[in-house]
Ligand binder design. Structure first.
Ligand SMILES: Nc1ncnc2c1ncn2[C@@H]1O[C@H](COP(=O)(O)OP(=O)(O)O)[C@@H](O)[C@H]1O
Ligand SMILES: [Mg+2]
Length: 309
């Protein structure tokens, strides 16, 4: 089976390399598709693809399934391409609907809240004056500001006072893209957890401790990870969060306050798993490949393998 990975990185990038290994072990072929080297075509009503990104990658045979793994900064073109695969009847793991939700942090929170999953109090603003109103609504400083499509903790800042707020408005508040302003969960007594859900099951879970002088617990920001066997409440919430966002594969970021309920802060549709594999010893790549390969049986070709040579 041909498994396509939509990515701008090569095999040296950890998830790509590991997914390739896992695919090969199972007799599949993994192909990396750079979205920016693919041409989408609509000819005689049929959607197709051309360009070195797809031709070199799959040698004339379209993938049986595609995993969008471009991360939340995926631009408009990546999104057009996802719709093209969808229109051509090639299954996506994760689905178009899921990616549409999870590529935007605030839309994700909307979906979670609608499904009854606790999320931090959050305002979404586009103007400086609304930023300052939001701080008041949230009970004053400190607050967290987040860009709607950040990843790895970049673009997530803690704001303690008006001076920092003004600097944040200058640098992070894009009047078109907007900014999330969120209640700050103090690190004392707080437990940060990443739960990886694959096919409505928990595939692995880890607790994360921030680096000294940081409040963010992203692996990318040098946090320390340890495996955890999550209580049922956390597991159920993580699975429900993935389902609320229509995702088959999802990295759920949760924060559990000392005496409080867990809150889901973020849902990742193309989660990295280097830290998860290292902390838990679980072969996450194998689980992702097995799940994707299982779903490719659902594909619905309408007869047009429309790749141009
Ligand atoms: N409201 C918050 N209060 C305290 N810390 C937070 C809050 N939101 C996020 N963080 C910390 O920042 C990290 C990154 O935030 P997140 O929303 O997951 O964005 P990213 O996509 O960059 O990972 C989280 O894992 C958590 O440790
Ligand atoms: Mg996160």
């Amino acid at each position: 089976m041909n498994i396509g990975i939509l990515t701008i990185h090569d095999l040296a990038f950890h998830p790509n390399g590991r997914l390739c290994e896992a695919a090969q072990k199972r007799g599949h072929t993994l192909v990396l598709i750079n979205p920016y080297q693919v041409t989408c075509t609509l000819e005689k009503q049929f959607p197709g693809m051309d360009g070195s990104g797809i031709k070199d990658a799959v040698n004339g045979t379209l993938p049986d399934v595609v995993l969008p793994r471009q991360g939340s900064p995926m631009g408009e073109y990546g999104f057009v391409l996802l719709r093209q695969f969808h229109a051509m009847g090639i299954p996506l793991v994760n689905s178009l609907k899921g990616v549409t939700i999870a590529r935007h942090q605030y839309i994700t929170l909307q979906a979670l809240a609608a499904a009854g999953i606790p999320v931090p109090d959050t305002c979404f603003v586009t103007r400086p004056e609304n930023f300052f109103d939001a701080v008041v609504r949230l009970g004053g400083y400190p607050v967290i500001a987040k860009q709607p499509s950040g990843m790895g903790g970049d673009g997530v800042v803690k704001i303690d006072d008006d001076v920092q707020a003004l600097a944040c408005v200058e640098t992070l508040l894009d009047p078109v893209k907007g900014l999330l302003i969120q209640r700050f969960f103090p690190p004392k007594g707080r437990v940060d957890v990443r739960i990886l859900v694959i096919g409505s099951r928990v595939a692995g879970a880890m607790k994360l401790l921030p680096a000294p002088d940081d409040f963010r617990t992203n692996i990318h920001q040098n946090s320390r990870a340890t495996a955890v066997d999550p209580p049922k409440e956390w597991s159920d919430m993580a699975v429900a969060a993935a389902e609320a966002c229509f995702l088959d594969i999802a990295g759920i970021d949760m924060m559990v306050e000392k005496e409080g309920v867990p809150h889901v802060v973020e849902v990742n549709y193309s989660p990295g798993f280097r830290g998860m594999e290292a902390a838990t010893g679980i072969d996450i790549a194998a689980k992702i490949i097995d799940h994707a390969a299982g779903l490719s049986g659902l594909k619905s070709w309408s007869g047009q393998k429309n790749i141009k040579r």
